[in-house]
Write a protein that binds this ligand. Structure first.
Ligand SMILES: *Cc1c(COP(=O)(O)O)cnc(C)c1O
Length: 420
């Protein structure tokens, strides 16, 4: 093969990010345009009809408009999804990484069987001309335990994609301690040593890239992208008032929290300078939908707070003052019985969207988020939360609340969930 030219690392300036955020090295893995945002017209009208016809609710003064941001259409790389945004800030570190004078040769990461993250790391490795090693844990989640076709769950969908992308795949049995990750930042020591003994220079990317110190920056940047898109899509001055996103390893949610905080502060300074009237709208609210019942909600709340504060520190917010427990909103009502288990209610949500708007989501993450959004809208929880924040009088001229569903990808796992 011909030697490849060194990849270019650029500063991220196209979104008018404030310094020092704009100076943090960034390596584009997505298309140069924002991932699309589009309305979900039929789901919107069917859910609003449900509220209107429910006799137990007060007549709602506000309606909810649903939109989807298509992170699954953001990159030319395989199985586009949310991990590419995170990896854009990690690539410069990969390219700088050396061991005994040699550059990184091998990306190594881990996940559940059917992990989307591992596919995105494998595709990144291919695109950088590196090797990849993917550790897939048999005992994580319930997908494998509950499938009626074990053999196909172990080799179709995302596992197949990893293989196609050239990754070395190791399925780690529950009693196999050869790939134990003792420290999320260091990685599986035995496997790393084995690779070094083979003359490789491994670069470890923790699960979901969330505990990587740079893992939250991608979605902090995404907050600025969403704000830039609001201006072109929504009628004058309107915003995406609620943003719903899956919370798995956590840095997607945590990054968004930090990014929107910086954005709101930047907007406020700008409004003061231009003597614009102070905004009457409350800050945008990011709501994380938990996707696993394994750990209690408080565990995730603390973790997200820590991750959001770590990202905040990198973009020159005051971590302790600017990011508070109140910024971390997690809903654990839609986790189902296990991570990776495709429960009947999630299945119903997935089918509804597929049949009314022709849009397909995934069984592990976005299906649960969709179920959550449908509940929040149909049960009038959006309207209630909004009224609680803006007062019973509402805001004059605002009779519609915009809700953004972050479609983070994952449809490539559907083939392994063939029982649908
Ligand atoms: C990884 C993943 C998530 C969760 O993102 P985290 O940052 O790990 O919380 C959501 N949706 C899909 C499709 C994913 O692959």
């Amino acid at each position: 093969m011909l030697p490849r030219p060194p990849p270019a690392v650029t500063a991220s300036d196209t979104l008018n990010l404030p310094a020092p955020f704009s100076q943090i090295p960034f390596y584009p893995l997505r298309y140069p345009h924002p991932s699309p945002i589009h309305p979900l017209p039929h789901l919107t009208s069917s859910l609003n009809d449900e509220i209107h016809s429910a006799p137990s609710h007060d007549p709602p003064r506000i309606t909810t408009a649903l939109w989807a941001k298509r992170e699954d259409h953001s990159s030319p790389l395989a199985a586009s999804g949310n991990k590419y945004r995170k990896l854009e800030y990690i690539v410069p570190d990969i390219l700088n990484h050396h061991h005994d004078g040699s550059k990184a040769t091998t990306l190594i990461t881990e996940g559940a069987i059917q992990s989307n993250h591992t596919v995105q790391v494998a595709a990144l490795a291919s695109s950088l001309g590196l090797d990849s090693l993917v550790l897939l844990h048999e005992n994580t989640g319930a997908g494998l335990k509950t499938t009626t076709d074990r053999a196909s769950f172990l080799r179709t969908g995302n596992v197949q994609l990893c293989r196609l992308l050239g990754a070395e795949i190791r399925i780690i049995a529950p009693d196999d301690d050869s790939a134990v990750v003792e420290d999320d930042l260091v990685g599986p020591v035995k496997v790393l040593e084995e690779l070094r003994a083979r003359g490789k220079v491994p670069y470890w990317i923790p699960s979901g890239a969330s505990l990587h110190p740079l893992g939250g920056l991608g979605y902090a940047r995404c907050a600025f992208e969403v704000a830039a898109q609001e201006k072109g899509i929504l009628p004058g001055g309107s915003r995406f008032d609620y943003i719903f996103v899956a919370c798995g390893s956590g840095s997607t949610l945590a990054g968004l929290i930090a990014g929107f905080k910086l954005l709101e502060k930047t907007e406020a300074v700008h409004d003061d300078k231009t003597h614009k009237e102070k905004k009457l709208l409350p800050p945008r609210r990011v709501i994380g939908i938990l996707t696993s019942p394994t750990k209690p909600r408080v565990y995730h709340e603390e973790r997200i707070l820590r991750l959001a504060r770590a990202t905040a520190g990198l973009i020159r917010l005051d971590p302790e003052r600017d990011i508070t427990p109140d910024d971390v909103r997690l809903d654990d009502r839609f986790v189902g019985a296990a991570y990776g288990l495709f429960d009947p209610q999630t299945k119903a949500a997935l089918e509804t969207l597929a049949r009314v708007d022709g849009v397909v989501v995934d069984p592990v993450y976005t299906g649960k988020v969709l179920r959550g959004i449908m509940h929040w809208v149909a049960e009038g929880e959006i309207a209630k939360d909004w009224s609680a924040r803006v007062g019973a009088q509402g805001i004059s001229g605002v009779d519609e609340v915009n809700v953004l569903f972050m479609h983070t990808g994952g449809q490539s796992a559907l083939g392994a969930y063939a029982d649908i």
